[in-house]
Design a protein around this ligand. Structure first.
Ligand SMILES: [Cu+2]
Length: 184
């Protein structure tokens, strides 16, 4: 009887820790799988320079004959000093300008950002349709959906970084897209 109890107790002592352990291992594996499921997208299309991370630069396919295309991405500043996005260049267009949206006489307009775009320390700035954005002007060719085209961003402190803009569909929008013409 005491032998039996002892065996049962031993069994219980043995059985409990492994099952807890197994649960933990299972949870760890699950977490890892979830993590891996999320990471590839971020790793596949993000760029770093100094303390700055440039996330998912993207543009939009343009109709034949279009002279401008938008450019969008998010800059995250992990440093303790602010930086400034000064200029952008790409082979796809003669120029690339930083634009901001504003209201003039009750009408939404866009205007060039003067003196570069500040990226606050520990903060981030999103360039997106309807807000700050890049404008590739004087397109040399039409960006095509599915391709990536290279561009170079220059920051005041972090320096220059080569990135690639992923071209998404013509109808691709983001919240707040104004679909504005860029008459110049
Ligand atoms: Cu613009």
């Amino acid at each position: 009887m005491s032998n039996l109890l002892c065996t049962a107790r031993t069994y219980a002592l043995r059985a409990t820790p492994p099952s807890l352990f197994q649960q933990r291992v299972g949870f760890a594996i699950l977490s890892l799988l979830l993590l891996l499921a999320c990471i590839p997208g971020a790793l596949a299309h993000g760029f770093k320079v100094g303390d700055l991370e440039i996330e998912h630069p993207w543009s939009r396919a343009t109709p034949p004959g279009a002279k401008v295309a938008g450019g969008y991405f998010t800059v995250v500043n992990k440093g303790s000093a602010s930086d400034r996005l000064l200029s952008i260049s790409s082979d796809i267009s003669d120029k690339a300008e930083l634009h901001e949206m504003g209201v003039k006489d009750g009408v939404m307009i866009m205007r060039p950002v003067e003196g570069g775009l500040e990226i606050p320390a520990g903060g981030k700035v999103a360039l997106k349709p309807g807000a700050y954005h890049l404008m590739f002007t004087g397109l040399k060719r039409q960006p095509k959906q599915g391709e990536k085209f290279p561009a170079t961003l220059t920051f005041e402190k972090a320096g220059t970084v080569k990135v690639e803009f992923a071209v998404e569909g013509m109808g691709e929008t983001d919240s707040g897209d104004m679909d504005m013409d860029h008459a110049e």
